[in-house]
Design a protein around this ligand. Structure first.
Ligand code: NAD
Ligand code: 6OD
Length: 485
């Protein structure tokens, strides 16, 4: 795919302005495609097509027929797995060992599981006595919200987009998707899949472009868009929320994090080290759930730091298509420079570098945006390095002496997305897990997903929850019908 076009009303199209921008492969730094740069007129076309589709064949289709189509979308993603994988790896540089196991399978699962869950949707009925003795019946049901604007980041492009589009379509909505400008391709390929399986035109629309003054802002401001589901930075969430206030659009936000891991001396240290290597460095640290702050109980602190640092140094960067490659590049030169600025800042703030600490050079990929997996110790808790989301393969390890201190350190952050707790004591797991201000706490594991459970963050990490029936709540309006008998 050398030209990445918009997908509106079931057809590929350029932007009305004719504008395009370059798409860069982060592993090589080379431009690999031109992307149509949508703007307000293109969003207008997409939003109107999405509105029409609500009252067309899609809106009139039976629930079971709709869900059959969504299961067919999942099957087709599986069948075209190699194409989705190649595009996701090209856009992100992520290794096949990650994208093949996580991104693409979840792209299919997000349609299949939400279709299965929607099949179990039921209405509630309340019978009411009335003075005339005839009574009344109330029927409480759910109807689609309407046109949903889906605004996505670049770190797990297909996974995070379908995580919203799957339940939105299962509930009978239509969507206008704005993928990240850095990762437009898999959302575009999904348009072909929608047509192949017979999803009616206008149900799934994709408009590429940027945020402010571009396609993102136009989606948020369009009067035909009824709800916005957004994943990205907390600062962007604030701007979108302010814009949504005008039309009182409902919002669901999955935002940034500065996630802690708490390692207690009673844990299985091998598991804690292996789990923390995964939670700090997977996807080159570019997962909102990644651990950037690690607190370790004093008796095992030195040993934990030694083992984590050794493991970080052993992680193998390289050709994303090599199954042995463990580390990909960062998404862009801009993001590489941001992470590099924290590599400098951490040292200026007094960090001791236990592993990494520099940009990386990878044989055969001189133009890529590579950074060494980095482990720091020695920072004061007020350091900016410990307060700001970096979103790279970096983490800091600090000792603690008591459970209370560990909880206080974990909660000393504006964010509240997730935490990992490593302990062999179930009572402690329950106590500490309950005391951490985060939407999700994993004990003796990390990023173990069950799509029926609520996903989202507290504090500056988000508004609302998605997953299972929590998604249904966001993507539907409740209606009560009262019939006097
Ligand atoms: P970002 O906020 O810069 O951009 C996300 C999307 O919003 C992009 O499509 C962008 O074009 C668009 N956008 C930017 N400004 C906009 C505006 N004013 N109006 C409308 N759209 C706008 O985020 P990013 O850099 O792409 O992603 C990384 C961030 O996402 C990190 O902070 C990470 O923690 C967060 N994230 C959170 C979760 C979660 O589930 N909590 C998941 C993934 C990523
Ligand atoms: O697994 C998911 O459903 C999900 N929303 C993951 C988000 C990861 C953030 O980068």
């Amino acid at each position: 795919m050398k030209r990445v076009q918009l997908f509106i009303d079931g057809a590929y199209t350029g932007a009305e302005s004719g504008a395009t921008f370059g798409l860069v492969n982060p592993a090589t730094g080379e431009e690999v495609a031109r992307v149509s740069e949508g703007g307000a007129p293109d969003v207008d076309r997409a939003a109107k097509a999405a509105k029409r589709a609500l009252s067309g064949p899609w809106g009139q289709m039976s629930t079971m027929a709709r869900l059959r189509l969504l299961r067919a979308v999942a099957d087709r993603i599986d069948e075209r797995r190699a194409e989705f994988l190649a595009l996701e790896m090209r856009d992100t540089g992520k290794p096949v060992s990650f994208a093949g196991k996580v991104d693409i399978p979840r792209g299919a699962a997000n349609f299949r599981i939400f279709a299965d869950m929607a099949a179990g949707q039921h209405e509630e009925a309340f019978h009411q006595d009335t003075p005339d003795g005839r009574g009344a019946v109330h029927i409480t049901s759910r109807q689609p919200v309407g046109v949903v604007g889906v605004i996505c980041p670049w770190n797990l492009p297909l996974l995070l987009m379908t995580w919203k589009v799957g339940p939105a379509l299962a509930a009978g909505n239509t969507v206008v998707v704005k993928p990240s400008e850095d990762t437009p391709s898999t959302a575009t390929l999904l348009g072909e899949v929608m047509n192949e399986v017979g999803i009616p035109p206008g149900v799934y629309n994709v408009v590429h472009g940027f945020g402010p003054g571009s396609a993102g802002e136009a989606i948020v401001q369009h009067p035909a868009v009824d709800a916005i589901t957004f994943t990205g930075e907390s600062a962007t969430g604030r701007a979108i929320m302010a814009a949504c206030a005008t039309d009182l659009k409902r919002v669901s936000f999955e935002l940034g994090g500065k996630n802690p891991a708490l390692v207690f001396a009673d844990c299985d240290l091998d598991a804690a080290v292996a789990g923390t290597v995964r939670s700090a460095f997977s996807n080159c640290g570019q997962i909102c759930l990644c651990t950037e702050r690690i607190y370790v109980e004093k008796p095992v602190f030195a040993e934990f730091v030694r083992r984590l640092s050794l493991a970080a140094k052993a992680l193998k960067p390289g050709d994303p298509s090599d199954p042995d490659t463990q580390m990909g590049p960062l998404i862009s030169a801009v993001h590489r420079d941001k992470v590099a600025s924290y590599l400098k800042l951490a040292v200026a703030e007094g960090a001791t570098v236990q592993a990494g600490g520099h940009l990386a050079e990878v044989a055969g990929f001189p133009g890529g945006f590579w950074v060494q997996p980095t482990v720091w110790t020695g920072l004061d808790h007020s350091a900016r390095t410990l307060r700001e989301e970096i979103f790279g393969p970096v983490c800091h390890v600090m000792p603690f002496e008591s459970e209370e201190e560990a909880i206080a350190l974990a909660n000393d952050t504006p964010y509240g997305l997730c935490a990992a707790v490593w302990t062999g004591d179930v009572a402690r797991a329950h106590r500490v897990g309950g005391a951490i201000d985060a939407g999700m706490v994993w004990v003796n594991t990390w990023f173990l997903r069950d799509l029926r459970t609520p996903f989202g963050g507290m504090k500056a990490s988000g508004i609302g929850r998605e997953g299972g029936h929590y998604s249904t709540e966001f993507y539907t309006e409740l209606k009560n019908l009262c019939i006097k008998l």
